[in-house]
Design a protein around this ligand. Structure first.
Ligand code: ATP
Ligand code: MG
Length: 412
């Protein structure tokens, strides 16, 4: 093998054609579903000012504490490769005055994201997310619609073993009393907690629910949950989201211990997990972030969104390689016909057919073998005397065809 000493950096990977085809299908399917629902595409830069994520994602989160790729640019500004998509979209919403548009503004995106994580199956340092945001409404209808769209995407793609978990974090004011209660519970059991959780009792007590540490899990089994402590308005909002999902036939399980890795969430949160995935079982998730835009310096603007991991979806699908067929391969029986062959190939492609032509100077036998290899359904053979043959690559049957009739014949 012609190996070089260079390899893709740790935690990153090359996307070779078989995987790239599946990825393209996932992104195409998502875009079709989102566009039908009136969401519009948006794309933000791969890097942003570091402060956007510190303020937006939250300084107490794993992402900001240890997962960001941060560096100084030549002007001494601190820059971070984007670890997530919501804060950048909110930045763009404010920067471009989208609050003046009809609300909610419904946007979707897909692209690479970067987190300095320990690489393992389903967890990489450059990975891909697709997601959507509905900004400018606090209606439970928007929560239910966002959830329905992710459910539809996973169903349409055929992701097996999908389960939806649903919870609510309440609104920040109402959450304050609950957080004090939770901190008191954690402090009372400090000795049983993992170091990481113990150190963050003040900063981020909710993360204790997400811990995989056995001692911590034991403590959390008896911890009060936020869902039991919602105030009247938050409880009514949550009940309405549930009843809208019921009415639309979306299955879910209420998980009072559900939390998420970003600070900005309020009220509804959700997570789609897949039984086919191991430890990294979440294919996508999100929730409401009613305080984020204000946190970034904008007017109070409620919003909801989610992101799904494209590599996780691919793992769940089992990465079945999808072969592509060609309508035809244009072959020459004589080198004198190569110019005509390329011109004809161009015409056939223009007519909408998937057609390849020999680019390697092969003999006729070699060309037909290659036509087989690329799964061409038919071969058009240009003879030395200028006539053409149409060959069925499955049966080997061959018959003459008029140059003007090739496109029509191939379309049959
Ligand atoms: P996890 O609990 O698996 O770390 P997370 O809470 O960090 O996920 P989000 O920040 O909400 O996840 O990201 C949304 C989705 O992006 C996840 O559901 C997952 O599918 C995917 N994802 C997150 N981090 C990675 C990663 N390092 N590599 C691949 N996919 C990822
Ligand atoms: Mg994470």
């Amino acid at each position: 093998m012609a190996a070089s000493k260079y390899q893709a950096p740790r935690g990153t990977f090359d996307i070779l054609p078989d995987a790239a085809r599946i990825r393209a299908r996932i992104e195409r399917t998502a875009a079709e579903i989102f566009v039908r629902a009136g969401y519009e595409p948006v794309s933000t830069p791969a890097f942003e000012d570091t402060e956007l994520f510190e303020r937006g994602v939250g300084r107490s989160t794993d992402i900001v504490r240890k997962e960001m790729f941060t560096f100084e640019d030549k002007g001494g500004r601190s820059i971070t490769l984007r670890p997530e998509g919501t804060a950048p979209i909110c930045r763009a919403y404010l920067e471009h005055g989208m609050h003046k548009l009809a609300q909610p503004v419904k946007l979707f995106y897909a692209g690479p994201f970067f987190r300095h994580e320990r690489p393992q199956a389903g967890r990489y340092r450059q990975f891909h997310q697709l997601g959507l945001e509905a900004i400018g409404t606090d209606s439970p209808l928007a929560d239910a619609e966002a959830i329905m769209l992710l459910a539809e995407l996973l169903a349409e793609l055929g992701v097996p073993g999908v389960q939806l978990r649903l919870g609510s974090l309440g609104s920040p004011d109402a959450r304050r009393d609950y957080l004090e209660e939770l901190k008191a519970h954690l402090r009372a059991h400090e000795a049983e907690l993992s170091k990481d959780v113990r150190e963050r009792i003040e900063l981020n007590p909710l993360r204790a629910f997400d811990s995989s540490d056995e001692g911590t899990r034991g403590v959390m089994e008896n911890a009060p949950t936020i869902v039991e402590r919602l105030n009247e308005e938050d409880a009514a909002h949550f009940a309405e989201v549930c009843s809208l999902l019921d009415a639309s036939g979306i299955d879910y399980e209420i998980d009072p211990t559900l939390v998420r890795g970003l600070d900005y969430y309020t009220r509804t949160i959700f997570s789609f997990v897949c039984s086919e995935l191991g430890a990294q079982s979440e294919v996508g998730g999100g929730g409401r972030y009613d305080g984020l835009i204000e946190q970034l310096g904008g007017p109070p603007t409620p919003a909801i969104g989610w992101a799904a991991g494209v590599e996780r979806i691919m793992l769940a699908l089992g990465e079945k390689a999808e072969a592509t067929d060609r309508d035809a391969f244009v072959a020459v029986a004589d080198d004198g016909q190569r110019q005509r062959a390329l011109a004809l190939t161009g015409e056939l492609r223009h007519a909408g057919l998937a057609v390849e032509v020999d680019l390697a100077g092969r003999s006729l036998k070699g060309q037909l073998k290659h036509a087989d290899r690329i799964r061409a359904r038919r071969a058009v053979i240009l003879e030395a005397d200028g006539t053409m043959q149409l060959r069925d690559m499955q049966t080997g049957d061959q018959h003459p065809v008029e140059p003007g009739a090739v496109a029509d014949e191939l379309s049959k």
